[in-house]
Each structure stands twice: as C-alpha cells, then as structure tokens.
Design a protein around this ligand. Structure first.
Ligand SMILES: [Zn+2]
Length: 684
C-alpha cells in the first residue's frame, strides 16, 4: 500500500476539456442510477461484535442492579447552593466489619439565606449529635436526608461561613441503585479482608453525611481513617501522617484541590506499596505515584505499573496539559470489585490491572475529576473521554498500535447495536441507564475518536486544552454545550449538526457511493440512504480508499447532507473503492456500487460472501458472468490469496488451512469487463 498522496479534486464543470462531453454523460449515468436501488441492505446480523476480551474491560465498574424507587434528592440547598470551603472526615473502619463510625466537619456557606439545611444521609446510619460551631443543633430525619434547622430568626444569612459537625455511626446500607457505596469482601488465598467505598452516582449518603448533588465541590478535603494495625487505608492527596496508637493506625490524607463528593473514596486492606516517580515530557516535571496492591497480585501489578503507567502519564500530559494534581500524587488502591475501577481523586480504585482499565481511570483525572459533568445527563463528558483516551494509548504507545483498530471496531460495532439510544442521558434516575456501556462508553468514546478525525489532532487538542483550562470549568463542572463551544472556537466551525446527530439524537447514517472511472479519473456520487431522507442528515467528512494496480489512495468527501458528485484524478487506475477503511465513522456499512465498466450497472453486487469457520463461502449472483478471479485482502490490506471461481456453479467454498482472525476483509472479484468489491466481516 502506498502512503496517502495529496488529493486532486475538481468539480465536474472543471473536467479536463477534451473529456468534457464524456464526463457529462457519466454524470447523467450516475444520476440515473440513483433512481433505482436493487441492492439489498446489509444484514445487520453480519456486523461482528467483540463481547469479550480486552475491549470489554475498560469499564469504570460493573453495572449494578436498579431500584427505581430510589431517586436523587430534590431539596433546593443541595443544588449548588452550598459552598464547602473545607470538609474533614474522621472515620473508624475495620475491613472485618461492615460498619462505620465517625465525625464529619464542614466549614461552609450558603448562596441564599435558608431556615434549614439538608444533608444527604441514609437513615440506616444513626446520628449521635450535630453541632453548629459549639452549639448543639436540633435535627430531624428523612429517609435519605438529615434536616437541620438554623436557630436564627430569618435563617442563616447568605455568604456567611459556619462550622458544622456531625457525629454518626451504623451499618451502611447496600445501595441497589449504585455500585455498592460501602463494601467489604475477602481476597487472595489467605482470605484477607478488604473494605472500600464507591459513591458514584448517588452513594455518598450511604456512608457519610454529605452534599452529594453535582454542583457541589469542596475546596479542601481531609480524610483521617483509623484502622486496625497491619492495614493500610488509601485516600486523596498527600499522606501527611501515620499515627500508631496501640493496636490502631491512623492515616491522614490532605487534598488541596476542589473535589465533588462522589470522587472521595478510600480502601482498606493489607497492601504492599509501590512508589514511583514519573518524569513527564517537560524537563523537571514529575508525578509521584503511590500504589496499594494486594500481596498476591504484586507479581502481576508491579511490572505493569512500572511498564505502562509512565507512558500513559506522559501521553495524556502531552495531549491535555500536565497531570492536574501534580502537586500531590497519582496512585491506585486495589479493591475486589469485578474487573472495573473508580477514578477517586488522585488514587483510583482498581478491581484488576488491565491495560485499558489503568488508562481509563488515569484519563478521568483530566476528564471527570478536573472537569466534572454538571449533570448525570452529561456523563459522557466523563466516561466518553476516558474511553476515547484509551485509544490514544493503543494507537501510540501500546503493542506498536496493534490494539488501535480492534478498539475502533469494538466500540463502533457495540454502538451500532443500540441505534435507538442517545449518548445524552434523558433519565438520570437509573444508574443502569447513566452508565450504559454501549452508549455512555462505547458510542461516546467512538464519537470522540470520530470528532478527532473530523477536526484533526492539533485542533482537537487545542479545543480540549482550552476547555480544561477555562476559569469556572477547571476544577468545576461543565455541560455538553460548553465542550462544544470550546471545540467550535478551536476549529472555527459549527459543530451543531454533529453534536445534535451523534450526542442528542439517536440513529446512524447509511451512505451510498456510486462510482465510475475513465482511466485514472474517478467520478463519485455520494448520498445518505438512512435514516430516511427526510430526517436530519449526518453531515461530515467521509473517508474512502481507492485501490488499483497494487496501489491505494485515501479520498475524502465533505458531505453536507445533500447528494453530491466529486471528481478525482488518481495516480493509478482504480479497480475498487472502500468506504471508511480505517473505521473512523459511526455509520452502517455503506453501499459502494460501480466499477470500471458501464455494462455492470450499479446496484448489482456480483456476489455475497460470508465466513463460516475455516471457509469463505461465496455466492455468485447472475450479474457475475463467466470466469472470475477472487482476491482476498486481510484487515490490514495485505493480499491473503487469489483463486478462480467456478463458472459452472453459483457457489464456491474457499477453504483455508486456519480460521482467519476477526476483522473486516476485502474481497475483490474480477470477471471479464466486470469488477466487484465487498467488505466481508469476520466475527471473533
Ligand atoms: Zn470511567
């Protein structure tokens, strides 16, 4: 395959003068073809999807069961009206017991004068006392909230800071509408206890008195965990002190970055420690990394952390700006959740040590933690980015790019399985919907990859850096239109149509390409078949690749929603065209019709082919006449083999000595004066 060359593209009216008449006839011919469409749509059942393997492990956490009875709180003060200057949690924890006891202190203010203050806290936890500065405060309980009455006529004034202290204890409830909130388990052959928290999206209240609604952040967080001797407890920021008192140990964590409550987490177990000092690309910039790993897993995890994490940190810092919490640390604390993880600020909780999980949780420190979605409707601003950023690692630094194409195919095909779903979440009451893998992760991640291909790397990076750095957004919250605004500013273009079609609306396009050529001159007719022509189009840059005589060349078509004809002059005579050869467009498989000759009208495919085990089964249609030669190319574009098709039969079975690996193959069939080319999926 040859490297891409500059494309020669000209409108039909600028065709080579001597060929003008013939070109005009070809246009008429192409337009006439558009009137009929005997080509049957691709069977959706043919689309392969990888359900297992590495691609399926880059989830944040497993999807939980759902209790539709639990709804997010609606009291007004929990909607961004609380300003937390400082929060300090002092908790007594023992991984042998599902129990928490402690005190939470706040220094906070209110945006508006209020008679009462609503603190999120599940009724399963008992409140011992509440103090406003040094005065005991009366309170009442709702199912999910602690309601405090200010003993001041007219209520507490806006903007005036006050100190609040709540002592509490109890057995945290198992939250069926979340990911566990507060969990205990045992791990390894020695059955060692572990305890961890995981509050996203509505689980803070299950283990501490909190203000868990998105919109609230705490400027400073101190977490002090008192655990039995022999255990370590992870936390946010810097480990400033470890006190041993008799048979107990206290870990003091100080975090000086603004953080939403759901990103505060801890994990307690018997851990081995791996400390790393990672230099970034900028001389002098380093990141301290602290890892808490089960003893039984150190042989697996330590080499991976040493080999993988530094390159990930450098790559993300190069793309999006230096690691955001460089003054403190990054790290991991191992937990026993199945395969997933959680991006707690500066110390991700890890259920396993897979490459994509490690990259995914690190990516969140930029997208999710530095900038947090302002509503769970916009969760893709967290998860879509973390999913997409794994692809950057697969492309640039892992296994020589081997996993990049499988990542694209896997996410693309997963998204195509849910054509009726939107990335934007309309019902945030169900955790299962917020964190739906095929939309929030796979579709959103792929849409960001697609956006990157549409805009180019430098524009994409500039827009995202501006977004991450923007005052009010950095260490704050954002919604989808804000991201769109920064990207539009970077590209000096409108992304309204792209965001509307791929983020807010459902469905995918199916494009049709009909082409013909005269030597190296190619005329290409492009239109959108699905959704129905009356629906809003998916206008975007489309990618194709022309093959011929052992050469290939990339072509682009700027599709604006209306059917169009483009003319190209190639450096070779093409014999086939393939749509989206590198899997960069979220669309149904396209119809690519036509070829060199005009006596094989577009609309006839010549053949269909499917993989069955070690065999490639080829069915000729009546349109394919006489002796024909078939060439099969693998997903990387390499010629795998050629054979003559039996002209006495409509059926050929091409048996291979091995089962071909999964991916998209190109089968090209050439008969006398006829040429056909098709993409053939091979499922895993
Ligand atoms: Zn995630």
């Amino acid at each position: 395959m040859m490297a891409p060359r500059p494309l020669t593209s000209r409108p039909m009216t600028a065709a080579i003068p001597g060929r003008l008449h013939r070109a005009a006839l070809l246009v008429l011919w192409l337009m006439a073809l558009g009137l009929v469409c005997p080509f049957p749509p691709e069977s959706l059942a043919q689309i392969p999807f990888q359900e297992t393997g590495a691609l399926n492990t880059h989830v944040c956490r497993p999807v939980g069961t759902v209790d539709p009875g639990l709804r997010p709180p609606s009291q007004p003060n929990t909607f961004s009206a609380v300003r937390i200057q400082k929060q300090e949690l002092s908790l007594r924890l023992d991984p042998e017991q599902r129990y928490v006891a402690g005190q939470v202190s706040y220094r906070l203010g209110l945006d508006a004068q209020a008679d009462e203050l609503y603190v999120d806290l599940n009724r399963a936890l008992q409140v011992d006392s509440v103090w406003l500065s040094d005065q005991p405060l009366s309170f009442r309980r709702d199912t999910l909230q602690l309601v405090l009455a200010f003993p001041i006529p007219g209520g507490w004034p806006a903007g005036q800071l006050f100190d609040l202290r709540i002592r509490y204890a109890g057995v945290p409830p198992i939250n069926p509408n979340g990911f566990g909130s507060f969990m205990t388990a045992r791990h390894s052959a020695d059955s060692i206890p572990v305890l961890w928290t995981l509050s996203q999206p509505y689980g803070c209240r299950d283990w501490w008195p909190s203000f868990q609604h998105l919109g609230v952040r705490a400027d400073t967080t101190i977490l002090v965990t008192d655990v039995p001797l022999g255990y370590r407890a992870g936390g946010p920021g810097l480990l400033t002190r470890i006190d041993t008192i008799g048979q107990r140990v206290r870990y003091h964590w100080h975090h000086q970055y603004s953080m939403p409550p759901y990103l505060l987490g801890t994990a307690v177990s018997r851990y081995e420690v791996l400390e790393q000092k990672v230099p970034l690309s900028t001389p002098g910039d380093t990141v301290q990394v602290l890892n808490y790993v089960y003893t039984a897993d150190t042989a697996l995890a330590f080499p991976r952390l040493r080999n993988w994490l530094p390159d990930m940190l450098r790559l993300f810092s190069d793309w999006f700006g230096p690691y955001p919490f460089a003054n403190e640390k990054y790290g991991h604390m191992q937990i026993s959740i199945f395969s997933g993880g959680m991006e707690h600020n500066t110390m991700s909780s890890m259920g396993s040590w897979g490459y994509d999980l490690m990259a995914h949780e690190l990516a969140h420190q930029w997208f999710g933690n530095t900038v947090t979605c302002a509503s769970w409707q916009d969760i893709w601003l967290n998860e879509g980015f973390a999913t997409w950023m794994v692809s950057l690692c697969f492309e640039d630094i892992h296994d020589n790019g081997y996993w990049f194409l499988p990542w694209k195919r896997g996410n693309l095909n997963s998204a195509l399985r849910v054509p009726a779903d939107t990335v934007f979440v309309t019902d945030t009451s169900l955790t299962q919907r917020i964190f739906r893998q095929r939309t929030t992760y796979h579709k959103a991640g792929f849409v960001l990859h697609q956006l990157r291909r549409q805009l180019g790397d430098s524009v994409m990076a500039a827009g995202l850096r501006a977004y991450l750095q923007a005052p009010g957004i950095r260490f704050g919250f954002a919604r989808t239109p804000q991201l769109q605004g920064f990207l539009e500013q970077a590209c000096q273009c409108s992304l309204d149509g792209f965001f509307r079609r791929y983020i807010y609306e459902s469905g995918y396009p199916r494009y049709q390409f009909r082409w013909t050529s005269d030597g190296a001159d190619v005329w290409l007719h492009t239109r959108q078949l699905e959704p129905e022509p009356s629906a809003r189009p998916f206008a975007q840059r489309l990618f194709l690749r022309a093959y011929g005589g052992g050469d290939s060349l990339n072509l682009t078509v700027d599709f604006n929603g209306s059917a169009r004809i483009d003319a190209f002059t190639l450096p070779f005579t093409p014999d086939s065209l393939v749509f989206d050869p590198d899997a960069d467009i979220l669309a149904w498989p396209a119809e690519v019709l036509g070829g060199q000759t005009s006596d094989a009208p577009g609309g006839y495919t010549g053949f269909t082919a499917t993989f069955k085990g070690n065999s490639l089964c080829i069915d000729r249609s009546m349109a394919l006449r006489g002796e024909a030669r078939a060439d099969l190319y693998d997903p990387a574009g390499r010629l795998l083999g050629s054979r003559l098709l039996n002209d006495q039969s409509l059926y050929d079975e091409w048996v291979w000595p091995f089962a071909p690996s999964s991916g998209w193959y190109v089968l090209r069939v050439r008969a006398e004066s006829q040429f056909f080319s098709r993409l053939i999926p091979k499922a895993p």
